[in-house]
Design a protein around this ligand. Structure first.
Ligand code: PHE
Length: 343
């Protein structure tokens, strides 16, 4: 046994010393140390030897194995050094460099960051919720029970659930479900914003997109009123558009607010004189808002009538469309670099 190991060592050393390429070396590694090598079968056979023999042979075998693999490694290094050809490796440092292309944030991310900065400076927290939402948070908890016709306002992508799944899931149609998710875990007073992606099962055109960003704000306390909403909206839009902006509210209906309204801002292009952008009205439609319906508070676990608050929501794209006079909402998700690079 001992002689055999020594013989293997001798022939391995000889062959390794004669190897000319890395490929040859690799073959030798397999031949001498691989799973099917003679060496390996000796190591496997150790268990059949008597105690004393197993010890001496085992030690010898292991040290020879170490020597062979050490030699292979070293030879590999030498081969690499030997094959180095300075002619081939020459670098012409005078060739002009290739300019690295630098990317930048998507316009929607830029605006989202900007909005978050404005609101956090005013003491708001940022809340988040899932894009695949349950039917309960997207509708029921927002005062829209099953079969309620108001649900039709939000054309919905339903998610095909798993067999036996208790609750139906969908791609959230607005960021309002975050209101309930946040309130379940937090007690008033608080002010939060929640920007995020929403989805609607709609045919797309220049003004509609199936995937878009919304932005939710929610302020709840003991005596929050519409005046607070109006002031906050004026502050926000004035700092976003960097000019004095006025806000007006018009009555409207959303089941999760009472009273509900839609709100407009003074035209950012003409200030109120009337122009093609505001179609001569002096006002631009921005989003929906209202005083949080007590039903929503109850669904969130608050006592009825104890708190007051307002919520608002609008599309982020809309802000960019107004600011940059973009004529087609589909640009945002088109992936067209000619569009993206302008920001
Ligand atoms: N979630 C509403 C929508 O998507 C907007 C809204 C938010 C309205 C908050 C009122 C209060 O249309």
């Amino acid at each position: 046994m001992e002689n055999k190991i020594k013989e293997i060592k001798r022939s391995a050393f000889e062959e390794i010393a004669n190897a000319k390429t890395s490929e040859e070396l690799f073959e030798l590694k397999i031949k001498y140390l691989g799973r099917k090598s003679e060496f390996n079968s000796i190591l496997k056979g150790l268990k059949d030897l008597s105690g004393e023999e197993r010890k001496t042979i085992g030690q010898l075998a292991n040290s020879v194995k170490g020597e062979i693999s050490g030699l292979i490694e070293e030879t590999e290094r030498l081969l690499v050094v030997k094959s180095f050809d300075p002619e081939k490796e020459k670098i012409d440092v005078t060739i002009p460099g290739r300019k690295m292309k630098k990317g930048h944030l998507h316009p929607l991310s830029i605006v989202r960051n900007e909005i978050e900065d404005i609101f956090t400076a005013m003491g708001f927290e940022i809340a988040d919720g899932p894009e695949v939402e349950t039917e309960y948070y997207n509708f029921d908890a927002l005062n829209m029970p099953k079969d309620h016709p108001a649900r039709d306002k939000w054309d919905t992508f339903w998610v095909k659930g798993e067999e036996g799944q208790k609750e139906r899931t969908l791609l959230r149609t607005h960021t309002s479900p975050v209101q309930v998710r946040f309130m379940e875990k937090n007690k008033p007073p608080f002010r939060i914003i929640s920007p995020g992606k929403c989805f609607r099962n709609e045919a797309t055109d220049a003004r509609h997109e199936h995937t878009f960003y919304q932005f939710e704000a929610l302020v709840v306390g003991d005596d929050i009123n519409v005046g607070h909403f109006k002031f906050l909206a004026q502050q926000f839009f004035s700092s976003f558009f960097k000019k004095e902006i006025d806000v007006r509210v018009r009555p409207s209906f959303f089941p999760f607010v009472e009273p509900g309204f839609e709100f407009d801002i003074t035209c950012t292009v003409c200030g109120q004189k009337g122009c093609p952008v505001c179609k001569g009205t002096g006002w631009l439609e921005v989003g929906g808002a209202g005083m949080v319906n007590q039903e929503v508070f109850v669904a969130s676990g608050y006592p009825r009538g104890k708190y007051q608050g307002f919520a608002w929501g609008f599309g982020l794209e809309r802000l960019l469309i107004i600011r940059h006079k973009i004529d087609d909402i589909r640009n945002f998700h088109s992936g067209d670099l000619r569009f993206i690079k302008q920001f």
